[in-house]
Design a protein around this ligand. Sequence first.
Ligand code: PLP
Length: 440
Amino acid sequence: MSRPQTSHLFYQSRQRRPVLDQARGVYMWDVDGKRYLDGSSGAMVCNIGHSNPRVLEAMRKQMDKSTFGYRLHFETEPAELLAARTAALAPEGLEKVFFVSGGSEAVESAIKLARQNAIAIGQAQRYKIISREPSYHGCTLGALALTGYAPLTAPFDPMMRPMPKIPAPRAYLDGLDPDDEATGRHYADMLEAKILSEGPETILAFIVEPIGGASTGALVPPKGYMQRIREICTRYGVLLIHDEVMTGGGRTGKFFAGEHWNVDPDILVISKGFAAGYAPLGAMIAHKDIVTNVLDNGGFLHGFTYAGNPLACSAGLAVLDEIERENLCQNAAETGALLKSELKKLMDRYSIIGDVRGEGLLLAFELVEDRASLRPLAKELNAFNELVDIAYENGLIIYSRRTRGGYSGDHFLIAPPMISTPDHVAEIIEGLDLSLRQFL
Ligand code: PLP
């Protein structure tokens, strides 16, 4: 193939990658026939594995009927069915599903719906959305303003309205016990302090990844944190938005990660695992009262052309079928527990592994200089790229965020498809063990 002219050349590393030929289940092959175990489901997307024949068949059937019907011209059966099934899985009251084509679009939709709700209920002075640092909520300018990740946001700061941030509850870095309720209270109360210092009447919403993604590396909140966050939001009339773009769809062992704490947000966004890589699809799921307020006040001033197209929705429906038929949430919980315990065993062999964390099949390990200081690994910050590249050579795909300066720690996400078996776990651990040995 001639030198590619596509998007990855826009990135700093300009690292050439193999050319993908085909993918089946948890494996991918390049055009030279080399096989890779997809240890991160792409970017935590391909939750049910690659090329599932039942999903492909469902999409083929839909393609024979129609691939596009503009949402203002037609309702479509796949969109209506998928909305009903998604709402049935969502917390009580979150009944209205607004389709989009990706995570950033879903977050933008949540921002705008929250704002229009405030105007509709006579609270137009509310416009600030509090988020956490580090966090990732997307790359469009609205979602980026909520993203707590300076290496990605700094050049665009003059173009965005600054939004308040509170620290993500990285208890392990602060030497606090995540299983102690006092720790959860300590971090959650930072939200209340921020609301008070900014002026409660100006705060529209708080957005949180219930279990962290790329920015915090599968950070699981400390005990009591999510419940207290909910209480604080309710107390001040602040909408709670769960960004489940990465966690939604079963990867953490529950269909929505919020279920781990029985905490219901006011608005929920999902995307990656929703159509699991078979089509671009995402959704904002909002409480019916919020949607009623906005509809009664002139309607939602927002929408994307491709949203809710029948082909993407048919993929979403077939993915849901597969999750239910194969009991994949439970498999993510069980296989994830095994993978996590095997990753923890690697800590005995490698003192540079400072932390292993996560839930279900959204797991991460963090490399440190030493466990006492927990300083990010000092290796000339190509630790990220280097370990990822070595693993690649060894036929294992792992995920790291490529930025400068170890801004959020040198963590690597391990998140294979939810169809993974104990044999795949053994293969991942073997590949990692070999790669870490070569890395040192
Ligand atoms: N929110 C979270 C938590 C994410 O992990 C991501 C993507 O990684 C996004 C939003 C943005 O999604 P997308 O890349 O599909 O626009």
